[in-house]
Write a protein that binds this ligand. Structure first.
Ligand code: ZN
Length: 85
């Protein structure tokens, strides 16, 4: 294996962008801070999309069916879920 591949597998350089991480070689592949925060941002973005999809589905369901249970809803059931921006 090449030195670059070894450095990457050891976590000495970032597995995503090949840049130097922090001088440590923990012995497993890892990302530098920049790539890690990009990855976390994309996880957060995906989580937000899923949460909003659920909220929109819930809100549409409640709106469509509200005449069925108007005035007869347990107080711990939300009338609508917040959409995150
Ligand atoms: Zn990186």
């Amino acid at each position: 294996m090449s030195q670059v591949v070894n450095d990457m597998l050891d976590g000495f350089i970032c597995q995503t962008c090949d840049s130097f991480v922090d001088g440590e070689a923990p012995g497993y592949p890892r990302d530098c801070e920049d790539c890690e925060s990009d990855e976390r941002k994309s996880w957060a973005q995906q989580a937000k999309i899923r949460a909003n999809k659920t909220a929109n589905t819930y809100n549409a369901f409640i709106l469509k069916n509200s005449f069925l249970w108007k005035g007869n809803v347990p107080i711990d059931i939300a009338e609508s879920l917040e959409v995150v921006h």
